[in-house]
Design a protein around this ligand. Structure first.
Ligand code: NDP
Ligand code: GDR
Length: 321
């Protein structure tokens, strides 16, 4: 039986990856941050003794966790992952999202010194690294131009992962994942904010939704599809970097069209307000990924398209409102 350690196990991707790896027969361990709680759907899924208190900013806690679970694979999903939060908390975000990844790489290096490559590492890189995109469609070779403290921290973690691979022979891969969403997405992200808002408006619990810039475009996929790509990367003989995306971008206006359309509202303009509070000091206007390498090498393809994703999220929020 193989053993996996997931940092960020309490997050959206952590839960999907846990389910995916358990179905493959893995023993799944998770790092739970001091303020984190393994409640909700994670409760009962993972043995309590497999949940380890620790913090990406605390190297000793990472070393201790590696000793306790002796993983074959480590998935570094832990991060302060909100772009908007990072503008007001640049130092904290750099410490967790950037330095935290370095701490984990260092912990794995020290733990496997006599046999580098014994533990395979996945680093959660992000399309936010492309920022002011330098190509119409972004792939693994596109120049990085991050536009937020979060994006800068992810660039640091990304290159540090590549550097540890090249310097120490570690089996460390990065997945440059474009936005992926689900009914488990945190409500601070725009897609879930909209799906929850639409459900509440439909139920008569609120009369409008306040957003920031709704002209931006993102390449949105389904989180359940994307965790499979993470796993596939660690099954390859050689570590590498892969873009994971659907190859299609849509604006927030498109998302609003489908989400409100799902509850029979054709004209959503009376229900949506805009406020500077939700606008960012620097914005990522449009990203769209070319995942042809992931398809060619890993055999990975998304199974859920944009309209199915929106419907899935709105349906879920209608069912719990
Ligand atoms: P979430 O924000 O849902 O989850 C982040 C996880 O990180 C939570 O479990 C959180 O735990 C944990 N965490 C936060 N701070 C620390 C810390 N100091 N030490 C240990 N763990 C910590 O993110 P997602 O699941 O959506 O994303 C997973 C990863 O993929 C993240 O690194 C994100 O930046 C990256 N990514 C996500 C994309 C997306 O579209 N979802 C796209 C590209 C990359 P707690 O809150 O309990 O502290
Ligand atoms: P993003 O996701 O920044 O792409 O980061 P988010 O959903 O926060 O924003 C997407 C776009 O929507 C615009 N927007 C709003 N955003 C939020 N959160 N709230 C609003 O009210 C709102 N109105 C408009 C934003 O300006 C932005 O352009 C996500 C995170 O999961 C990262 O961790 C991950 O790395 C990237 O996706 C890829």
């Amino acid at each position: 039986m193989r053993t996996a350690l997931i940092t960020g196990i309490t997050g959206q991707d952590g839960l999907y990856l846990t389910e995916f790896l358990l179905a493959k027969g893995y023993a799944v361990h998770g790092l739970v941050s001091p303020r984190g709680e393994a409640t909700g759907e994670l409760d009962g899924l993972v043995e309590e003794s497999h949940l380890h208190r620790g913090d990406l900013t605390d190297l000793a806690s990472l070393m201790r966790t590696l000793r306790r679970c002796e993983p074959d694979e480590v998935y570094n999903l832990g991060a302060l992952s909100s772009v908007s939060y990072s503008f007001d908390n640049a130092h904290e975000t750099s410490s967790v999202t950037g330095m935290g990844a370095l701490n984990l790489l260092e912990a794995v290096r020290l733990h496997t010194e006599s046999d580098p490559g014994r533990i395979r590492v996945y680093q959660a890189s992000s399309s936010e690294m492309f920022g002011k995109a330098q190509a119409a469609v972004q792939d693994e070779r596109t120049l990085l131009w991050p536009r937020s403290p979060y994006g800068v921290a992810k660039v640091f973690a990304h290159y540090m992962t590549i550097n540890y691979r090249e310097s120490y022979g570690m089996h460390a891969s990065t997945g440059i994942l474009f936005n992926h969403e689900s009914p488990r997405r945190g409500p601070e992200f725009v897609t879930r904010k909209i799906s929850q808002g639409v459900a509440r408006i439909h139920a008569g619990l609120q009369d409008h939704l306040t957003l920031g810039n709704i002209d931006v475009e993102r390449d949105w996929g389904f989180a359940g599809d994307y965790v499979e790509a993470m796993w596939l990367m660690l099954q390859q003989d050689l570590p590498d970097d892969y873009v994971v995306a659907t190859g299609r971008s849509h604006s927030i206006r498109d998302f609003l069209d489908l989400a409100f359309g799902h509850v029979g509202i054709e004209d959503w303009t009376p229900y949506v307000r805009q406020d500077k509070r939700f606008m960012r000091p620097a914005e990522v206007d449009r990203v769209v990924g070319d995942a042809s390498k992931a398809e060619r090498v890993l055999g990975w393809r998304p199974t859920v398209d944009f309209s199915q994703l929106v419907a899935m999220m709105v349906e879920h929020d209608l069912s719990i409102v």
